[in-house]
Design a protein around this ligand. Structure first.
Ligand SMILES: Nc1ncnc2c1ncn2[C@@H]1O[C@H](COP(=O)(O)OP(=O)(O)OP(=O)(O)O)[C@@H](O)[C@H]1O
Length: 248
């Protein structure tokens, strides 16, 4: 029995003038999967994400969600289908508390008030926020707490597919490990695609990794096999390992 992918792209292209940022990408993401997307700076990872949600209109090619072609769909209509994106810069309501942010995110599920309140409290628990943090204004949160607040908003909104762009950027190792556990919770109810540079994070999370290079899929495999792949090492991992070592 062959299952069909929840998300597929076929020949996806995005040009910015003379720059071909995404150059004929075919992806098949199965329901329930966590897929990591890696590649050197400028490989096209963020642009690909933005094409999936129509923050950028693809130049050509198709995005299929549950087999349905999303061509012509506005961003808000894609969000309503259950595709959520967390961009590199967190988007929280700065003037509201964490609890209020999560409450607003949960509203999209059209639950009765008591259910909604339960979801909010459960989510605060899932991201490990106590009452003090729940009441804190989002603008005053630390970098990591702001990222977790936004992950909480994703958890509460219950997407079918979550796209996470560098969720651990700027985090310490302990913060990265906590983020892994939050994303595993998210993956218990949603398919997840995550762009990341942190190799330990990827190894702890993903079953399958897609390497993008110059807008194209270079290889798709397990992290173990990708780490052993000479071409990938040359264009990406070797350079990154040096960077990681240099910062250790
Ligand atoms: N809005 C834009 N206008 C023009 N060029 C763009 C735009 N967005 C991205 N690009 C170009 O497209 C290419 C891919 O960029 P993108 O940000 O998608 O790469 P990335 O893999 O996400 O990189 P990073 O790891 O640094 O975030 C780059 O050459 C970039 O300069």
């Amino acid at each position: 029995m062959s299952a069909s992918p929840i998300l597929a792209t076929r020949g996806l292209v995005k040009r910015f003038g003379g720059v071909v940022a995404v150059d004929g990408v075919d992806l098949d993401i199965m329901a329930g999967e966590i897929r990591c997307l890696i590649g050197p700076n400028g490989a096209g990872k963020s642009t690909l994400f933005k094409c999936l949600t129509h923050q950028h209109q693809p130049t050509s090619g198709q995005v299929l969600f549950d087999g349905r072609n999303l061509q012509g769909f506005a961003t808000h209509r894609i969000a309503r289908l259950g595709i959520a994106i967390k961009n590199q810069i967190p988007t929280v309501y700065a003037g509201l508390s964490v609890r209020e942010n999560i409450y607003l995110a949960a509203l999209r599920r059209a639950l009765a008030k008591r259910e909604l309140e339960k979801v909010v409290e459960l989510t605060l628990d899932e991201i490990g926020f106590d009452e003090r943090l729940a009441k804190q204004q989002a603008a005053t949160l630390s970098h990591a707490h702001r990222q977790w607040c936004e992950l909480g908003m994703l958890l509460a909104s219950h997407p079918r597919l979550a796209l996470l762009d560098e969720p651990t950027a700027g985090m310490t190792r302990d913060e990265m490990l906590k983020t892994v556990s939050i994303i595993k919770r998210l993956n218990a109810r949603a398919t997840v695609i995550v762009v990341e540079h942190d190799l330990e994070f990827i190894a702890r999370l993903a079953q399958k990794v897609t390497v993008l290079h110059r807008g194209r899929v270079l290889v798709e495999d397990s992290m173990e096999r990708i780490e052993a792949n000479e071409t990938v090492r040359d264009i990406y991992l070797g350079r990154k390992k040096e960077t990681v070592t240099a910062h250790a």
